[in-house]
Design a protein around this ligand. Structure first.
Ligand SMILES: *[C@@H]1O[C@H](CO)[C@@H](O)[C@H](O)[C@H]1NC(C)=O
Ligand SMILES: *[C@@H]1O[C@H](CO)[C@@H](O)[C@H](O)[C@H]1NC(C)=O
Ligand SMILES: *[C@@H]1O[C@H](CO)[C@@H](O)[C@H](O)[C@H]1NC(C)=O
Ligand SMILES: *[C@@H]1O[C@H](CO)[C@@H](O)[C@H](O)[C@H]1NC(C)=O
Ligand SMILES: *[C@@H]1O[C@H](CO)[C@@H](O)[C@H](O)[C@H]1NC(C)=O
Length: 304
């Protein structure tokens, strides 16, 4: 019960916050942070490690340490990641995405240096909790991201998009053109991966996710709403089927790509991203996929 009323309070707060944003004031929690290029680019490693481990384990049953053991810089291996029960097409797509993340890790480490891999909680339970929170129910049986292709794609909807909007938020703040070039090139591929995941889900938008009685579109809408709620900076995240006023030029209910009124990508700050990754709505309260908090100077600044 406490949980429920807490959520409703959250929603009221969000409404109040959006009002303030509309009045032309940027909320304190939505303002960007002061940080160096190196810190900003290294912050992205938290998301790149997440994606690399989730995709590689999902497709192949092995992770970053099996390909590039030096990248983790002493950080612990992920907990709970495992091979998923994927059909051959999805497996080869996810395998490719996993290798792409290794390239991203390598490029970031070469350009600005690495940071220890954070402890990643990729257990079934960590995903179950997010999906339960998003759908405001206790799904039974618990949602298992590794059970089949559809569940894995829905789980892939949860975090990679956050990396994409994070890169959009990072580029304008970078001083060095080398770093801007790197992040623009990372953004290109992350956006491509997001588009593929969303297009695959869109083809199945009206399908019921067995045995939950909710459609694929319902799941994406709920997950997007949860991320908006946790990040606390208005609507920057939209599901696959939306009201007309969120569609392209207010003319579509299909929403294969999530973007603003002019179809420009949304952007997020590091604190918004931490609030989502921790599942706590608080950049100082680790949990969720990063039980010990993020790695690197930016994430560590907020740790108690
Ligand atoms: C991972 O998350 C689940 C669900 O919250 C939790 O029960 C488990 O203890 C977590 N594992 C670690 C290593 O933090
Ligand atoms: C969650 O569901 C309960 C009823 O089960 C409802 O009272 C509450 O308003 C819902 N909360 C949100 C955030 O949708
Ligand atoms: C699921 O989606 C359908 C159609 O988009 C909508 O009418 C329904 O309210 C949604 N259900 C939930 C529980 O979100
Ligand atoms: C779409 O609707 C929003 C309000 O919901 C409005 O701000 C925007 O100008 C509209 N866009 C177009 C192209 O009509
Ligand atoms: C966020 O968490 C920190 C550490 O637990 C706490 O001190 C702070 O009050 C929390 N902030 C909000 C807005 O709840």
């Amino acid at each position: 019960m406490a949980h429920r009323s807490c959520l409703s309070a959250f929603l009221l707060l969000l409404l109040a916050l959006e009002f303030v944003t509309v009045m032309g004031v940027t909320l304190p929690q939505c303002r960007g942070i002061v940080a160096s290029d190196v810190d900003r680019v290294q912050f992205a490693l938290n998301l790149e490690f997440f994606e690399a481990e989730f995709f590689l384990f999902g497709a192949l049953g092995k992770g970053v340490d099996d390909f590039e053991p030096s990248f983790a810089q002493g950080g612990p291996p992920p907990v709970g990641a495992r091979i998923a029960n994927l059909d051959p097409t999805i497996r080869s797509i996810i395998e490719e995405f996993g290798y792409q993340e290794i390239g991203h890790l390598r490029s970031i480490i070469r350009t600005v240096g690495g940071i220890p891999r954070p402890l990643l909680n990729l257990t079934v339970q960590a995903f179950t909790e997010v999906v339960n929170l998003a759908t405001n129910t206790t799904l039974s049986p618990p949602f298992d991201p590794y059970a089949n292709s559809l569940n894995f794609l829905l789980a892939s909807y949860v975090i990679p998009y956050v990396g994409l909007v994070g890169y959009v938020g990072t580029i304008p703040n970078l001083v060095s053109s080398n770093n801007r070039a790197l992040v623009a090139s990372l953004l290109g591929v992350e956006a491509g991966q997001d588009a593929v995941i969303r297009a695959l889900l869109y083809q199945r938008a009206n399908e019921i996710v067995i045995p939950y009685g909710l459609t694929v579109a319902n799941f994406t809408n709920h997950i997007s709403e949860l991320r908006n709620r946790l990040a606390m900076c208005g609507v920057k995240d939209e599901g696959l089927i939306v009201p007309l006023q969120l569609g392209a030029e207010n003319r579509t209910t299909s929403n294969i790509l999530s973007a603003d009124a002019n179809s420009l990508s949304y952007s997020r700050t590091p604190t918004e991203i931490l609030r989502i990754l921790y599942g706590s709505g608080n950049e100082s309260r680790p949990g969720g996929f990063l039980p010990n908090g993020g790695s690197g100077r930016i994430a560590m600044t907020f740790l108690p």
